[in-house]
Design a protein around this ligand. Structure first.
Ligand code: SAH
Length: 235
């Protein structure tokens, strides 16, 4: 298995990137420590772990919580929502990346802080990100703009319906839990494409769905705790 390249230069294009690196608990050393813990999970993709290593997660959350940014845990981002746990972001991204399709177009359902979208932007050509809460979407767009990430398009709508304009997608990553797999998301997958999402009310199963020529194949990747996928949008 390939080793992590710890000498890799930051891959965000922004010239202000150095300033965004953080100090102490938000420093590069803290990100390296997080990634070296995640490395013990052999399901995780090296390129995805490198993306986690160079992404300043502390910028995607409240300053008051920034000192916890490199703990492997989800944290509140306001509006009753959370920034996803890095280990879970790594697992979901790795699983879709290990499918048969290269990641040219990826749909991210539940923009939230924008952290999952940032990781996807480093391993996919183009990312499409859907959120139902306007202020969260705007804050995520501001943060990703600061990092000069240019390959994400955002929209404000109910992710139950996917984003048909740019379908089909090579992969869909959904960070909020529906009761059952939304049909539109499966419809908007290309053949061989992969969808990963938590399914269920209280006890959620992190579910992987692969679209085949004749239907779908599903597998369970683990248990998860996500916020629910809520109907309708909120301005
Ligand atoms: N990917 C985010 C996770 C945020 S939590 C991150 O890395 O920070 C899940 C997000 O899904 C929340 O922001 C929530 O508002 C959003 N969400 C919930 N239901 C939704 C729906 N029906 N359509 C779009 N987004 C939804």
């Amino acid at each position: 298995m390939a080793e992590l390249d710890l000498t890799q230069k930051p891959i965000y294009p922004n010239s202000l990137y150095e300033a965004a690196q953080g100090v102490g608990l938000t420093s590069q050393r803290s990100r390296d420590r997080l990634v070296s813990r995640l490395l013990s999970n052999k399901q995780l993709d090296i390129e995805v772990l490198n993306a986690i290593r160079v992404t300043p997660r502390h910028l995607f959350m409240d300053e008051a919580l920034a000192n916890r940014a490199y703990e492997d845990t989800s944290l509140p981002i306001g509006y009753g929502q959370t920034i996803s746990q890095p280990g879970t972001v790594a697992l979901m991204t790795s699983w879709v990346k290990q499918g048969s399709r290269s990641l040219n177009r990826v749909l991210d359902v539940g923009t939230g802080s924008g952290y999952q979208a940032a990781i996807l932007s480093l391993v996919a050509k183009q990312v499409y990100s859907v959120e139902r809460i306007a202020p969260l979407s705007l804050r995520a767009q501001y943060c990703l703009d600061q990092l000069a990430v240019r390959n994400i398009r955002f929209t404000l709508s109910d992710g139950h319906w996917g984003w048909s304009t740019f379908a089909p997608y090579d992969a869909i990553v959904c960070a909020a839990a529906p009761d059952s797999i939304p049909e539109a998301l499966v419809e908007q997958l290309a053949e061989g494409g992969r969808l990963v999402l938590p399914v269920g009310e209280k006890e959620q199963l992190l579910t992987g769905v692969e679209k085949t020529a004749t239907g779908i194949k599903t597998i369970t990747l683990g248990v998860a705790v996500f916020v629910p996928l809520v109907k309708g949008r909120l301005d």
